[in-house]
Design a protein around this ligand. Structure first.
Ligand code: GDP
Ligand code: MG
Length: 514
């Protein structure tokens, strides 16, 4: 009996170890179930063993889904690590209401190149501006243009992918272009997704990127399905994970996406709850929050590094170097600690839901007491960048009455006559110019917005008021008074602390005017 049990246990373990190859999962589960049943019958505790097994089967479905999902992502060419030699097509509307007046086709093309260059192993091998009437056509481009683009791309063996630098292609547009060019076709949404994938470090960032990827995959699949009736330009396989009989490959993939979406959403909600708890803790201590927002690469991380002197922060000359919202403490001249929040950068011409995928992390910025909108004034496209950030903030439902300080950065790269006058301040996060003024302005706004009062109080040195104030208020400075037993204490108090002060110490002498 004992030997039988040991044998059985070893079979169970071997089955357990057998790799998760796609078609073997169902079979594996069945063998596993049989083994468990026999083993549990031998042990006499079949019920609880089956319960355990049920749990394992659920997680195996998840494992299978993760595996299938990765396979789908691979087939849809949404893996950044593969590397590509990219031909960039920059369409621009020649005239009419859809024409972008804030930027130029050259600047748009420059940014498209910067996006491609910011991915490891991706290289731009060709870049063309293409005037179009609108971006709605099935192939985007006019028929003559389209034919000549197709001829050039097909004839150039160096091109392994095409990047059509527009917001987001409809599934059907993507399919048409892929069929015509014979290589994977990307739009701004998918390229930025690749960059996000490459940069995501924490579990939350990774989940948020995956969450933004699912709707994109879904619309691509639907577009492909519509155009091809199941004859996808991605490999069509019949697999163990396929849904019930008669279900097409596309349908089974759509179900897979639904399951992944639910799973990821749940995990994100769990993480968001944790974040809310942290935020409550922070609120309890009443640290005001200052969020730095701005176009990608405008210098947000550099500014936080300069303001906090945190040597661990490493700014990078790369688009979207910061994906995780990070929080850093800074003491204001009045001794009050504020939390500086570094955020994901914004970029023009991608759907706001890609940035909004970072909603729970961006909430830190959205809920901040003060926003600093940093602008790279040395950038030729600064006007368009500033407008993009403003629109994105609006779309993220940031309260329009929120205090926003407009700050022009990188003035060290400018001659003084070129400085604009639409910012509140000009600074260089790199060499420190203007940072003192910025900190003063942040202080003024923070005190204003959080209703903190500035009080000068006459306090018995070492008395109960003295220690209470040290605990409850922000002590800015002490000075001697004529009476050596008393000190003048300059403090900052929140409205609630002010109320407590009044009720606990009604006789305390306030020296400054209220
Ligand atoms: P972020 O994407 O907004 O966080 O930008 P980073 O802080 O990572 O900075 C992007 C690039 O701009 C880096 O190469 C920085 O060194 C550079 N940079 C940031 N601030 C300044 C500045 O005031 N002057 C100059 N010349 N370069 C700056
Ligand atoms: Mg950054």
């Amino acid at each position: 009996m004992m030997i039988n049990l040991i044998r059985l246990a070893s079979v169970v373990n071997q089955v357990k170890k057998c790799s998760l190859q796609k078609n073997h999962v169902k079979l594996k589960n069945q063998i596993y179930l049989m083994c468990w049943r026999s083993m549990s019958a031998v042990r006499g505790n079949r019920k609880s063993a089956e319960d355990d097994l049920q749990l394992e089967l659920v997680s195996e479905q998840d494992n299978q889904d993760v595996h299938d999902y990765e396979e789908l992502v691979h087939k849809m060419h949404l893996l950044p690590d593969a590397g590509h030699q990219v031909a960039i097509l920059q369409p621009f509307v020649k005239w009419g209401p859809k024409k972008n007046l804030l930027t130029t086709p050259d600047l748009m093309l420059e940014e498209a190149k910067a996006l491609v260059d910011s991915l490891p192993n991706w290289k731009c091998v060709d870049a063309i501006k293409v005037p179009v009437e609108s971006l709605e056509k099935k192939t985007i481009f006019g028929s003559g243009q389209f034919e000549s683009l197709q001829k050039n791309i097909v004839a150039n063996p160096n091109i392994s992918a095409v990047f059509v630098s527009t917001n987001v292609l409809r599934g059907i547009q993507r399919r048409e272009l892929m069929m015509a060019f014979g290589v994977p076709v990307f739009d701004r949404y998918s390229v930025v997704l690749q960059i996000f994938k490459d940069r995501a470090r924490t579990r939350e960032a990774k989940l948020q990127v995956a969450f933004a990827e699912i709707p994109y995959l879904r619309s691509s699949l639907v577009g492909l399905q519509k155009g091809t009736k199941n004859n996808l330009p991605v490999e069509n396989t019949s697999r163990g994970s396929k849904g019930g009989s008669g279900e097409s490959f596309c349908d089974s993939q759509l179900h897979l996406l639904d399951r992944r979406e639910i799973k990821i959403k749940k995990e994100l909600e769990k993480l968001a709850k944790k974040r809310t708890l942290l935020k409550c803790e922070r609120k309890k201590r009443e640290f005001p929050v200052v969020a730095i927002v701005g176009y990608t690469n405008c210098g947000k991380t550099t500014l936080i590094k300069s303001l906090t002197g945190d040597s661990k922060i490493t700014p990078r000359d790369a688009l979207f170097a910061t994906l995780d919202v990070t929080v850093h403490g800074m003491k204001l001249p009045c001794n009050l600690t504020v939390l500086l929040v570094d955020t994901v950068g914004f970029i023009s011409n991608i759907p706001v839901n890609l940035i909004a995928a970072f909603n729970s992390t961006l909430r830190d910025a959205i809920d901040a007491d003060v926003l600093v909108h940093l602008q790279d004034i040395s950038h030729p496209d600064v006007e368009n960048q500033v407008a993009t950030v403003k629109v994105t903030l609006e779309q993220l439902n940031i309260d329009s009455t929120k205090t926003v300080i407009q700050v022009a950065n990188k003035i060290d790269k400018m001659s003084s006559e070129k400085l604009d006058d639409y910012s509140d301040l000009h600074i260089s996060a790199k060499d420190g110019t203007g940072l003192e003024e910025l900190v003063d302005l942040i202080q003024t706004k923070v005190l204003e917005i959080t209703n903190r009062r500035y009080l000068r109080l006459m306090v018995l040195s070492g008395g109960t008021e003295y220690s209470w104030l040290h605990k409850e208020a922000t002590v800015v400075k002490y000075s001697n008074t004529k009476d050596p037993q008393y000190l003048a204490l300059d403090v900052l108090v929140t409205p609630s602390t002010f109320g407590k002060l009044r009720s606990n110490f009604p006789d305390i002498r306030v020296l400054n005017k209220q």
